[in-house]
Design a protein around this ligand. Sequence first.
Ligand SMILES: [Zn+2]
Length: 137
Amino acid sequence: MSQLSDFVLKHSVRGSCECGQCIDAPETSVQPTGHTADVYNFQVAAKDNPDPETLKKLIQEHKGVFCNVDPLDGEDHGYIELGEWIGDQGLALQLMGLGTLLGLWELLTPKTMCPGLPKDLMDMMAGKGLIEVKKTA
Ligand SMILES: [Zn+2]
């Protein structure tokens, strides 16, 4: 397992944040920002204070499994591409969520891009790969 995968597994969990401010909030209410990222298929929360600079460094050093990608180059990168890069689609989504929480990039999903669409249409878009990250600054 790569150091990057290791970092993602150690510093993020699937599900809502359990800091205490979030746990009792109903799902429909506004949660504190930066606690939980919605990568469409599931939610991602950070764990044990991950350092954004360390994550950036591991991303830059990571050697792709099936392809080489630089998720920090300012282009759109979907979970299918990042899955081939990190070796697992679920882990790619978890990385995308964690990087969003740490301010590395912006998360683009059918929910953020086309809110209000019927759920089956959103599911279809997500299935085609429209869950992406894009570094903005
Ligand atoms: Zn929280």
